[in-house]
Design a protein around this ligand. Structure first.
Ligand code: GDP
Length: 522
């Protein structure tokens, strides 16, 4: 197969959702179709299994579970699919955001009883910013949920994206009869007791045969009425809008009952984009079929094996062909790196990878050479892909070393973990205190754990709670403006910013200093 055929077959995406919407369940179904897992329930059992958070880290250490489950690769109908996990909830961190920089499209799973929830909104915003296509799965149709019409309207009202229903529920909850599939011109019957799905074809009027008992069912009539209404007054299907992320095809179904998931996958594969070009800092677009190899590090996972202290740098390949043992340049340092110890992620095994192409994710075993955002490439021309966006932290802690005699390892640990991009570091102007910022609580816990494990440094973290971070211009810097309610600190680059106690403090400040411009990072 040629490189361009190989690239054309790649589909790399992330599933975004609020916790409990059904992301794991749907992922499992997809892996099942891909023949990767034989029995639904395996991913879930590994993922949750009622482990406490601290166990989670132990488990991660021992088995590298979060790595194997954070990228899953499988083949389906001639396509090679890479699913990147975006942990939600307590696992939420900057990793989650950065992962979205490495995908070409996103699948948004919504609990049809709940509609759009906060975490979905946050993740959606990032996808929107990138302008990537988003496909929506309205899940849990086997339960009573909200009116489908409301759910579609909510997409537009809350997220500002047009919804285009590809199918429509015929009843729901106990009354779920099937899906009216206008895209495939068929009705899929819900038969939870049988294995396969039965399809009834639609005639030219978009109707099923008179002999079908469903024909006179009021739920069926209802679904047809709604479809007709949408046909007349709803959004027009637009591939261009889907491609730019302005319209989302909406599929209804039930991941748990495996109803509508296969149709979703197959239709998704038809419309989801193959790997796109990536922009460099010099504003060049690197095409995925470019003969030179290139990629960027979007995530670093440390402590895979406590005995070896190894880390894995996750690389999204942007162009060319990866071959095991090849030499690449690491742009930041200019050094040549030999890529010999590289892994790929076929769901439950970590195999040593021989070749991979644009769209694929490879894991480089790393002894401390890579940082998040690094570009690697072959060829003479120096390459640096656009910087990964920085996310404004929302949670803050004051951090000190428990043992004052161990300042050296404390500083070394902090410097390295901050460099790696695991957490943000701020320094107070007035006291010189170290303050850590994160977007999710788990980041702090991982930080504390790694400081102890990798640098033998016990840290004390004093929660400062939620804060609002706002950057100011250096020429407007005046240390007298700092107070406990608006603490003046500098970030790693030395740029000054305020950590406001809350919105009142911010408002008070803007009234007192109307000339000082406040800016958030994202
Ligand atoms: P995640 O947190 O988004 O990964 O959600 P999970 O896949 O773990 O699902 C959360 C809960 O919802 C679990 O108890 C699932 O069994 C359940 N669930 C997932 N999909 C469905 C569905 O289609 N119908 C019903 N009734 N329950 C579902």
């Amino acid at each position: 197969m040629t490189l361009s055929q190989d690239v054309a077959n790649r589909r790399t995406f992330a599933i975004i959702s609020h916790p409990d919407a059904g992301k794991t369940t749907i992922t499992e179904q997809l892996l099942l179709f891909g023949g990767v897992v034989r029995q639904a329930g395996t991913v879930k059992a590994r993922k949750s299994g009622n482990f406490a958070k601290s166990d989670w880290m132990e488990i991660e250490q021992k088995r590298g579970i979060s790595v194997t489950s954070s990228v899953m690769q499988f083949d389906y109908e001639g396509k090679r699919i890479n699913i990147l996990d975006t942990p939600g909830h307590e696992d939420f961190s900057e990793d989650t955001y950065r992962t979205l920089m490495a995908v070409d499209s996103a699948v948004m799973v919504i609990d049809s009883a709940k509609g759009i929830e906060p975490q979905t909104k946050k993740l959606f915003k990032i996808c929107k910013m990138r302008g990537i296509p988003i496909f929506t799965f309205m899940n849990k149709l086997d339960r009573d949920g909200r009116d489908p019409m409301d759910l579609i309207a909510e997409l537009e009202e809350v997220l500002g994206i047009e919804g285009y229903p590809m199918n429509w529920p015929i009843g729901m909850g106990k009354e779920l009869k099937g899906l009216y599939d206008r895209y495939h011109n068929r009705v899929a019957l819900f038969r939870p007791e049988s294995d396969g799905t039965t399809y009834l074809p639609l005639d030219d009027n978009g109707d099923i045969d008179d002999s079908q008992p469903l024909k006179t069912d009021s739920w069926y009539e209802d679904a047809r009425d709604n479809m007709e209404l949408i046909e007349d007054a709803g959004n027009q299907f637009s591939e261009a809008k889907i491609a730019s992320g302005d319209q989302t095809p909406v599929f209804f179904g039930s991941a748990l009952a495996n109803f509508g998931v296969k149709t979703f996958l197959e239709t998704y594969l038809k419309f989801a984009p193959q790997p796109a070009a990536h922009r460099t800092e010099e504003n060049d677009d690197i095409e995925p079929t470019d003969n030179e190899f290139s990629g960027f590090v979007f995530k670093i996972q440390a402590n895979m094996d406590p005995k070896h202290r190894d880390r894995i740098a996750f690389v999204r390949i942007c162009s060319g062909l990866f071959q095991r043992g090849m030499d690449v340049t690491l742009g930041r340092t200019g050094r040549t790196m030999r890529l010999s110890n590289v892994t790929q992620f076929m769901a439950d095994t970590r195999e040593n990878v021989e070749t991979a192409v644009a769209g694929d994710i490879i894991g480089l075993y790393d002894t401390g050479n890579y940082q998040i955002g690094d570009t690697i490439y072959t060829g003479k021309k120096k390459l640096q892909f656009e910087k990964l966006p920085q996310f404004t932290p929302e949670l803050f802690v004051r951090v000190t070393a428990k043992n004052v005699m161990k300042q050296k390892s404390f500083h070394k640990g902090i410097q390295q973990l901050v460099q790696e991009g695991a957490i943000q570091l701020y320094t107070s102007y007035t006291t010189g205190d170290y303050i850590l910022g994160a977007v999710g609580q788990l980041q702090f816990e991982v930080f504390q754990f790694r400081m102890k494990n990798e640098y033998n440094s016990d840290v004390i973290m004093e929660p400062m709670g939620h804060k609002i971070a706002r950057w100011i211009d250096s020429d407007q810097l005046d240390e007298r403006m700092s107070s406990s309610r608006n603490l003046l600190v500098k970030d790693l680059a030395g740029d000054p910013l305020f950590l406001f106690e809350n919105q009142f403090a911010e408002r008070w400040f803007t009234e007192k200093y109307p000339d000082v411009k406040l800016a958030s990072k994202l």
